[in-house]
Design a protein around this ligand. Structure first.
Ligand code: F0G
Length: 492
């Protein structure tokens, strides 16, 4: 036998034979046409180019983290074995993205790479104006410089740290209106990223004129990578339209959010992922985007909207800070990589693997008795440091302590999302965050199942000695986004 094509078979010697008058041999295994469901999640790709990992000893890691003032952001990436600090810009590019990069045209204005990028974005997000930026926070900075300001309030399900910082830098207030279930790490609500629609309605009923835009972060990164349902997005859109307030998406993980809608929301399971994404976009008036997440860019982002006057103001600022409106701080090759990445981000085989492999890590830790935010989110597993280190007070940073231990014990770098990241108030005072989490973010298509099995072993070993981990105090604290550069010492 050879390769079957229609009713002909191509022999391995290249000859063709017509099977139309012959009885086809059907192996017995196929008799019932049964689909086998195997448990092993296979990566839907094979490895094309490899990057070595650098091994270190425990003593070397202890020395390295001490030198860094116990802040994992200060480590040399060389000294990290499995880097789960972020899923941002760290995914593996595909063969087709590298091929697209070869088409990168670096013309200052009107490059063909720009037009491919713009078309790729509009294919999913059909906004009138697409304004490229070098990453997501640049889009936030431009937008809030135009629409923010003292006396204004910007609601969101949960602001990501850079979003909050950019809202506050303009003098406006950043308000989180997440549903109550989203703040309970063990609640199994399928859409824990949903906005509290009553709270939003209440806010707009009294202060609509102070709200320059309502934001919705999909998936809700700071709240555990939890999705927002299509019904909730429709609800936010309806409320915003009723009060005449623009509705913006912070859409970094739009494809993962659409996959959760496809899997969990009644009536959505038969839809194409791209179709769900297009509906989500059609419900909003604009978006900010970090193309370093779902679109598989190493760098990049955009700001999009339908409002012509707002777009003009934003483009004027863009030229001042990012570049001409057809490249906005990106090389032509970056624009090409993102345009191709957007096509790959909405492929069901990829998304099934992506979401299942994140759940594989989270569910294994949960089964081992490690407290994790449930259900498992899209891009990351969030360890509940408050539950694991009850002896460490929130303002002695249990998440920070856990992150240091993961590095010391196994060379794993993770990110605190708790009172270090959110505890500092605009007036300089400090208050505990709603949750003390440590995020194990999974770079896209980068680590294999054996890397993840190693992570499960290390986290379990650290959890077993969690009661001996110390609290930390800050010995250096910058005024904004302090988690990036703060220095600490253990409280002994
Ligand atoms: N919004 C969300 C929800 C994000 O997760 C991020 C970045 C941004 C905006 C800003 O985008 O990094 O391109 O400027 N999140 C990364 C993370 C850094 O690790 O979660 P950016």
């Amino acid at each position: 036998m050879g390769v079957r094509r229609g009713r002909n078979v191509i022999g391995f010697d290249g000859s063709m034979c017509d099977l139309s008058h012959k009885v086809r041999y059907v192996p017995s295994i196929y008799h019932h046409k049964m689909e086998y469901n195997f448990r092993t999640i296979i990566e839907p790709f094979r490895i094309h180019s490899v990057e070595p990992l650098h091994m270190t000893t425990r003593d070397q890691r202890i020395g390295a983290i001490e030198e860094c003032g116990f802040n994992v952001f200060n480590l040399h990436a060389q000294d990290v074995l499995i880097d789960l600090l972020t899923d941002s810009g760290t995914g593996a590019m595909s063969r087709d993205q590298w091929a697209a990069i070869q088409h990168g045209d670096e013309s200052y204005a009107g490059s063909p790479s720009w037009f491919r990028f713009e078309a790729g974005v509009k294919e999913l997000f059909a906004f009138e104006h697409i304004i490229p930026t070098h990453q997501g926070r640049a889009a936030e900075k431009i937008l809030f410089s135009v629409i923010g300001g003292p006396g204004k309030v910007v609601p969101n399900n949960t602001h990501f740290d850079t979003t909050r910082a950019n809202v506050e830098a303009s003098g406006a207030e950043a308000l989180d209106l997440l549903i109550a279930e989203g703040r309970d790490p063990s609640n199994l609500h399928p859409f824990k990223g949903n906005m509290d629609l009553d709270a939003l309605d209440g806010l707009l009923a009294t202060r609509a004129s102070d709200v320059p835009a309502v934001f919705l972060t999909i998936t809700n990164n700071s709240g555990g990578g939890q999705p927002v349902s299509l019904a909730n997005i429709r609800g936010v859109s309806e409320i915003c339209r009723r009060y005449g307030v623009p509705f913006f998406l912070d859409a970094c993980r739009f494809a993962e959010n659409a996959w959760f809608i496809h899997e969990r929301e009644p009536g959505q399971g038969e839809r194409d992922i791209a179709d769900i994404v297009r509906e989500v976009a059609s419900l909003a008036d604009g978006m900010t985007m970090s193309a370093k997440k779902d679109p598989f860019g190493n760098i990049g982002g955009w700001l999009a909207m339908n409002d012509d006057a707002l777009a003009e103001k934003c483009r004027n600022l863009l030229i001042l800070t990012e570049g001409f409106p057809t490249y906005g701080g990106l090389a032509g090759r970056d624009l090409e990589a993102i345009a191709q990445g957007l096509k790959e981000a909405v492929q069901p085989d990829y998304l099934r693997y992506r979401i299942q492999s994140t759940a594989y890590l989270g569910e294994a830790l949960h089964a081992a008795g490690v407290p994790v935010v449930m259900p498992i989110g899209g891009h990351a597993v969030y360890l509940d440091a408050k539950a694991l280190l009850p002896h460490v007070a929130p303002l002695e940073y249990p998440g920070q302590s856990l992150a240091v231990a993961l590095y010391e014990v196994g060379g794993i770098r993770a990110c605190e999302i708790g009172s270090v990241m959110f505890g500092r108030q605009p007036d300089g005072s400090e208050k505990p965050a709603a949750m003390e989490l440590v995020r194990l973010a999974i770079p896209r298509r980068t680590y294999t199942q054996s890397h993840i099995d190693y992570v499960i072993e290390v986290v379990s070993a650290v959890a077993a000695r969690a009661s001996s981990l110390p609290g930390y105090r800050m010995v250096y604290e910058p005024t904004t986004l302090r988690h990036f550069t703060a220095r600490y010492e253990p409280i002994v």
